[in-house]
Design a protein around this ligand. Structure first.
Ligand SMILES: CC(C)(COP(=O)(O)OP(=O)(O)OC[C@H]1O[C@@H](n2cnc3c(N)ncnc32)[C@H](O)[C@@H]1OP(=O)(O)O)[C@@H](O)C(=O)NCCC(=O)NCCS
Length: 190
């Protein structure tokens, strides 16, 4: 992929592909119920994390046909992973992607998730030429939808009791931003 270069630096963070050696750092938060609560998965064992890392190592952006890009996040000055993010390429022809993000609770509440996801979105629009980036979350997952709103994503839908999620009715918010809207916001911020 032209323009692909790691790590991606933000003010406080570095974004890079994940590797097998990140197992302990990723397991430290993927094992927590509070982190898995609103995800499609349940608390992960160390072996589950090792399996995911093996899969994600191939999703480093080098294959233009890959179904997703997965990046880990570290603080500058440390190589320990504090969060991970995905851009899932849902429709290549229409340049659509869905963003996902998971951070270690030890690093919540500092704007680090927003900073990292903002950089991933920039990467998606500028390097991948995306037209639209969306995100979904459980309506009870306030930190998640607040993060998306903070980054200029619009709430496009609230699906009421449309599925069963972990044994109860699912309430889901859909957020999205178009490339044009995103560029307009960037221009205002500059
Ligand atoms: C979703 C998730 C990444 C959000 O984490 P977060 O730390 O709340 O999000 P941000 O990085 O955007 O930080 C925002 C918070 O930091 C505060 N903050 C402090 N310094 C800040 C700064 N410099 N810039 C921005 N926000 C700052 C904000 O006020 C906000 O706190 P508030 O919500 O109490 O007002 C996190 O809750 C998570 O990983 N959850 C588990 C996994 C999950 O559910 N993922 C989503 C699945 S859909």
């Amino acid at each position: 992929m032209p323009g692909l270069s790691y790590p991606i630096a933000t003010q406080r963070l570095l974004l890079r592909p994940l590797r097998a050696g990140d197992g302990a750092a990723v397991h430290a938060y993927h094992r927590l119920e509070a982190v898995a609560r609103y995800q499609s998965w349940t608390e992960r064992s160390a072996d589950d994390v090792a399996d995911r890392l093996a899969e994600w190592a191939d999703l480093d952006g080098t294959d233009p046909e890959a179904k997703a890009l997965v990046l880990g996040v570290t603080l500058k000055g440390s190589d320990r992973i504090i969060g991970d993010m995905v851009l899932l390429f849902t429709d290549r022809a229409a340049r659509q992607a869905e963003v996902g993000f998971t951070f270690n609770p030890d690093f919540h509440g500092q704007g680090l998730g927003s900073e990292a996801v903002a950089a991933l979105m920039r990467f998606g629009f500028e390097i991948y030429g995306l037209h639209r980036i969306c995100g979904r979350c459980d309506a009870r997952n306030e930190p998640s939808w607040k993060l998306m709103a903070r980054l200029g994503m619009r709430r496009e839908a609230h699906f009421r009791e449309h599925a069963i999620f972990k044994g109860r009715w699912d309430e889901e918010f859909h957020y999205a931003v178009l490339e044009d809207e995103w560029r307009l916001e960037q221009g205002r911020a500059d």
